[in-house]
Write a protein that binds this ligand. Structure first.
Ligand SMILES: Nc1ncnc2c1ncn2[C@@H]1O[C@H](COP(=O)(O)OP(=O)(O)OP(=O)(O)O)[C@@H](O)[C@H]1O
Ligand SMILES: [Mg+2]
Length: 335
């Protein structure tokens, strides 16, 4: 079976001029992608997660033939991005640059029909396709207004709709929920899931870890052009060998806390008041395996346990473990 995407040892170096004083400039190289290899399977929603400047857009631009690799090979639906540019383009629906890829003086409907014409749809089909998409992205109400009158969220939705026109088997979406409010973003993710269930493979970039976690079957974490980790969200979190935090609510004596602290896998335990009860926060390096022993000690000490809430590790924790930084930090290489 032909894979939707194969990336082999991909490197991208940008050469840019950097100003040096008023009249001089020098050439500098920015290495945006460093020896990236990955494969996307048919039917997946594959995420590219990374902070600002990680190289996500650079990778998407190479996949969609807008940019040439410096070295390495990339195959999209079996086609080589360097030698078979046209076949690649015909087999991918992409959303890049968000609203900047639209004509603001045309209406939403005219935009979709225009792009449908570029994909050689006959006139009647163009109208049908535009209608279907407007319906799906719920923009029918404002379809006959010029795009310049749209809110940024409405423009983003239309840009997403544009990626769907040619009904390509692979959808490549570069931060499609950027600038969308919370309900619109979750609406868009629901449409992405729906399209995925109908058989489309999706490549989806984001710098929001909760979004990657909620949406993607597998994901690659990239940072400063390097592939840091690859796997399902569950695999990535399970790979974390870091501390786990467990909250226990109930009636818990100070003596019980002393006993908990004596457990070998417990690195810390603190007691505080919460809603008239005691909140015990236990930090352990053993994960949830510690729970039976923990509860036994508490019960032996006469504690009444009302709630046990283990804190789940997040993808952010995975990123922090690999880099020592949070995802929010901007890592753009300043030139
Ligand atoms: N046209 C360009 N010329 C020179 N350097 C560039 C160019 N485009 C991107 N870069 C650099 O390449 C690196 C990766 O940028 P890229 O846009 O791929 O990151 P990104 O992960 O999409 O970030 P963001 O989340 O901010 O969109 C950055 O250091 C950036 O400064
Ligand atoms: Mg980007």
């Amino acid at each position: 079976m032909i894979k939707p995407l194969i990336v082999e040892n991909l490197t991208k170096v940008y050469t840019v001029r950097q100003r040096k004083g008023l009249f001089r400039s020098q050439k500098v190289e920015v290495q945006a992608l460093k020896d990236i290899s990955l494969e996307v399977e048919e039917g997946e929603i594959f995420g590219l997660l990374g902070p600002n400047g990680a190289g996500k857009t650079t990778l998407i631009k190479i996949i969609t033939t807008l940019l040439l690799p410096t070295s390495g090979r990339v195959f999209v639906n079996g086609f080589d991005v360097i030698k078979q540019e046209n076949q690649v383009r015909a087999s991918v629906g992409c959303m890049l640059m968000g609203e900047r890829g639209l004509y603001w003086k045309l209406t939403g409907r005219e935009n979709l029909e225009y792009f449908a014409a570029l994909y050689h749809f006959p006139p009647k089909k163009r109208k049908e396709r535009a209608d279907e998409i407007l319906n799906l992205i719920q923009l029918t109400d404002i379809a006959d207004r010029t795009v310049e009158t749209y809110s940024s969220g409405q423009k983003m939705k239309l840009a997403f709709g544009k990626a769907l026109i040619q009904d390509a088997p692979l959808l490549v979406l570069d931060e499609p929920t950027n600038t969308l409010d919370v309900p619109s973003a979750s609406e868009l993710r629901a449409i992405v899931r729906q399209l995925n269930q109908q058989g489309k493979t999706v490549i989806y970039t984001t710098h929001i870890m909760a979004e990657a976690d909620a949406l993607c079957n597998r994901l690659a974490i990239i940072d400063r052009g390097e592939l840091l980790a690859l796997g399902t969200p569950a695999e990535l979190k399970a790979s974390l060998n870091s501390r786990r935090v467990i909250h226990i609510e109930g009636v818990i004596s100070a003596q019980a806390v002393e006993e908990v602290l004596r457990l070998p896998m417990v690195s810390n335990a603190t007691r505080s008041a919460r809603n008239g009860a005691t909140l015990l926060t236990v930090v352990s390096y053993e994960g949830v395996e510690i729970l039976p022993a923990l509860i036994r000690v508490l019960v032996e000490q006469g504690a009444h346990i009302q709630k046990v809430l283990p804190e789940e590790p997040t993808l952010e924790d995975v990123f922090i473990a690999k880099t020592g930084r949070t995802l929010a930090e901007d890592t753009r290489i300043s030139t």
